[in-house]
Design a protein. Structure first.
Ligand SMILES: [Fe+2]
Length: 242
């Protein structure tokens, strides 16, 4: 069953983090990065771009694996929640079940506050569609919540979701998230994939370019595709005061 995503009312609800302006700013930054032809570096942030500039051989087949970007102190841009969030998801960091047959993704990262202090015990919700572009609205497949550990870190075992058509047109593959430190506001956003991602025979560059909601600042840094699975990194920066 295929469901339309990201309805109008949820657009308003999804900006409770108050980051609509930062979303616009970051989108502009993403466009600039694309114009420079540095999509992967852009996904990894300025520090990765600087590292790449310092390694002239990086584009000649000896390029080192992407690194997790250093904390910038800039809030992770918010996005819309869409209509398919379900409360009371299971507490789990492994979303792989026998029915899930997509391209595997091991995602990890750290949640920081705006002074770049790691935030332990921070709630993170993930929800996404499956390898066919379908969301589970009757159960909790590919849905789960977890808390960051004592280092502010999280880990997620999942798959790269498929693109799908919805209210906002064709959506590039993305993972929905909600992040909230205890007593703080909720950051609602969506994570995307680099143009070079290979999954389901899809052209991620074209899908990313056509997605009206995509924000390059929320691109996961992917490394390898060893054994049919990717390793990804994404750090969140959130505010902790309402
Ligand atoms: Fe979605």
């Amino acid at each position: 069953m295929r469901y339309a995503d990201e309805t109008g009312p949820d657009d308003a609800a999804g900006t409770q983090h108050g980051s609509r302006r930062s979303f616009i700013r970051s989108t502009s930054a993403g466009v600039t990065a694309v114009a420079l032809g540095a999509s992967v570096a852009a996904s990894a942030g300025p520090s990765a771009q600087a590292a790449e500039a310092a390694a002239p051989g990086a584009r000649r087949g000896t390029r080192p694996l992407a690194v997790t970007p250093a904390c910038s102190g800039q809030e992770t841009p918010a996005s819309i929640e869409g209509p398919l969030f379900k409360p009371n998801s299971p507490a789990r960091s492994d979303l792989i079940t026998p029915a899930i047959q997509g391209v595997r993704l091991d995602l990890s990262g750290v949640v920081y506050d705006t002074s770049c202090k790691p935030l332990p015990e921070t709630l993170i919700e993930f929800w996404q569609c499956d390898q066919n572009g379908d969301y589970d609205t009757s159960g909790f497949s590919l849905r789960g919540h977890q808390y960051t550990d004592s280092r502010g870190a999280y880990q997620l075992r999942t798959i790269i979701p498929r693109d799908y058509w919805g209210r906002w047109g064709q959506r590039a593959p993305h993972i929905h998230t909600r992040v909230q430190a205890s007593g703080g506001p909720v950051l609602i956003t969506q994570l995307y994939f680099p143009d070079s991602t290979q999954a389901y025979g899809r052209d991620f560059a074209a899908l990313n370019a056509a997605d009206r909601l995509l924000n390059r600042a929320c691109t996961i840094s992917l490394t390898g595709q060893e054994g049919g699975r990717y390793t990804g990194a994404f750090d969140f920066v959130i505010t902790t005061t309402v």
